[in-house]
Design a protein around this ligand. Structure first.
Ligand SMILES: Cc1cc2nc3c(=O)[nH]c(=O)nc-3n(C[C@H](O)[C@H](O)[C@H](O)COP(=O)(O)O)c2cc1C
Ligand SMILES: [Mn+2]
Length: 511
């Protein structure tokens, strides 16, 4: 495997033990991934109207695609560039974002991610004059967002979406907690942007709380942002928690914020392009649909609130982050989402206190990690697998959407779908090993229920693909290598003419 470099940049001083991101902003991270052969620059002209998304989709039909930096966009009047497939299906780029070794296995990254996501470091304020995002600051009528190369992704999209790879800040009027969410934003005009939050999302709840007090809701949005803030904006945390604290924990130092121009919300100091604005109750425009992570168009056109833009901050030649939503492996929420969701499922199961759970994986090919969860366990008592299945199905991190929950024994790696298929095909007896849960937590984005009103009510299949507990002792022995022979062959692997390292095997034949 090619050598990868994760050395710290000289400008970043480590502040604590454990993994730490070695970059300061999106540009330093791009330099890091470029040194690792993970960035493709495209400098021939590309039209943001469907062509950019088409190139991204076509390039990402295989898993090992580099991040794509479009440097020459037809019709652009702002000197901007567009970054697509920032993380995509690459666990290596995920690792380079969070400061892990890119050569770890997926299961190892999930284990490390549990530690990273449980650290908290609050953000820190820096003076406006020191914030790179303040290189250019515009107010009021000087702002024209239509000058930016805003992509239209899919032919059936309702318009151009400036916000896909975005982070959106709102504050709770009661506690001041700053939420960071990723919500889609359709461009309506030079200073008007749609803001779609589905029911229950924190950005939407903050918005309603301000409206209840008869006040407009302030928002700050970054349309060019680094990978860690982007990832965390699309993860659910407690309604009282700020994603900034989690991001700081992952980075190993506080996220730098600075004061805004027109409102009281802070702005991310290292971002590429940021707007400040307000959302006023009753100010709506027709929004949607947008091609979604499911591989289908999401919500139909409907009236949605609009951000009235008051100020704009940007670096020169800003890099806008565009997140293509598509079937795996073309979806921006690919590898990272699967890893983070799996880490949180393991945290939930540990917190509940169920013993014997070894691993979990929400495979990104299953609608970006939403559709299927595989849990591995070391069976310790009768009913153990059924217990793990039921708890995994309904724990907070896994309950939304997931349709298929599969339990496998600890000799099966949940991140390896070939092994999971093998377990399903040899240890599972469908007539006995499948239970169904009904009226579970689902989403209007799942098209399998045809009537829109029924879609929020899902169902889940609990599939026991473990060796039947009743027959554990009598269950046929798995064909495994003898350890001593494996080690002998491993030592001779190169001599035998193999270029790649030998496979890592961990379970062996017992006489
Ligand atoms: C590219 C992308 C687009 C998204 N679009 C929306 C959206 O339009 N509306 C929405 O409610 N959630 C959307 N999400 C999901 C939210 O980001 C996610 O639910 C997140 O937890 C929201 O933050 P919150 O929990 O603080 O509300 C999107 C996620 C991604 C990655
Ligand atoms: Mn939140």
């Amino acid at each position: 495997m090619e050598h990868r470099i994760a050395e710290p940049s000289p400008s970043v001083a480590p502040v604590k033990d454990g993994p730490q991101a070695s970059w300061r902003d999106l540009r330093e991270w791009l330099a890091l991934i470029e040194r690792n052969g993970e960035l493709q620059r495209i400098d021939t002209p590309v039209n943001p109207d469907e062509e950019l998304a088409a190139i991204t989709y076509m390039a990402t039909r295989t898993e090992k695609t580099r991040a794509l930096l479009f440097e020459n966009l037809t019709g652009d009047k702002s000197g901007s560039r567009v970054l697509a497939n920032m993380l995509g299906s690459s666990k290596e780029r995920y690792a380079l974002a969070v400061g892990l070794d890119p050569d770890l296995t997926t299961a190892e990254m999930i284990a490390e991610t549990r530690g990273l996501m449980n650290r908290r470091i609050p953000p820190k304020r820096i003076p406006k004059s020191q914030a790179p995002v303040n290189e250019i600051v515009l107010r009021g009528d000087d702002i024209d967002l239509t000058k930016f190369p805003t992509p239209k992704f899919w032919p059936g999209d309702g318009g151009r979406y400036i916000g896909t790879g975005d982070i959106t800040l709102t504050a709770s009027p009661d506690t001041g907690r700053i939420n960071v969410g990723c919500y889609r934003q359709m461009l309506h005009g030079p200073r008007r942007v749609g803001l779609y939050c589905s029911p229950g999302k924190h950005g939407g709840l903050d918005r309603e709380a301000w409206w209840k007090q008869g006040k407009p809701c302030e928002v700050v949005v970054a349309y060019g942002i680094d990978p860690v803030l982007f990832m965390l904006a699309a993860q659910v945390f407690g309604s009282k928690e700020s994603e900034f604290d989690v991001a700081g924990g992952i980075m190993g130092r506080g996220i730098e914020l600075t004061d805004g121009e027109t409102g009281s919300l802070p702005i991310p100091a290292q971002a590429e392009l940021v707007i400040e604005g307000t959302v006023t109750q009753g100010d709506v425009e027709t929004e949607g649909p947008l091609g979604e992570f499911t591989g289908y168009y999401g919500r139909e056109r409907s009236p949605q609130p609009v951000i009235e833009v008051k100020a704009l901050h940007m670096r020169k030649n800003p890099i806008l982050t565009a997140a293509l939503m598509a079937k795996y492996p073309s979806c921006e929420i690919g590898a990272y989402y699967a890893i983070m969701r799996s880490a949180r499922i393991l945290d939930d199961l540990e917190r509940i206190g169920v013993p014997g759970v070894v691993g979990a994986y929400a495979h990104p090919a299953a609608a970006s990690g939403w559709g299927i969860v595989v849990v591995s366990l070391q069976q310790q008592y009768a009913g153990h697998a059924a217990q793990v299945l039921a708890l995994a199905a309904q724990c907070p991190a896994a309950a939304y959407y997931t349709k298929w929950i599969i339990a496998v024994d600890d000799d099966v790696d949940p991140t390896d779908f070939n092994e999971v298929m093998w377990a399903l095909s040899t240890r599972c007896h469908p007539a006995e090993d499948i239970d169904i849960l009904k009226k579970t937590w689902s989403t209007g984005l799942d098209p399998s229920q045809f009537e829109m009103e029924r879609r929020p009510y899902g169902s889940k299949a609990l599939i026991d693909a473990c060796k039947p507990h009743r027959h554990l002792k009598a269950f046929p022995q798995t064909t495994l290598l003898r350890r001593e022979v494996y080690e002998r062959v491993t030592a001779r692997w190169a001599e035998l003419g193999f270029d790649e390292p030998p496979p890592r095997l961990t379970t062996f034949h017992k006489d």
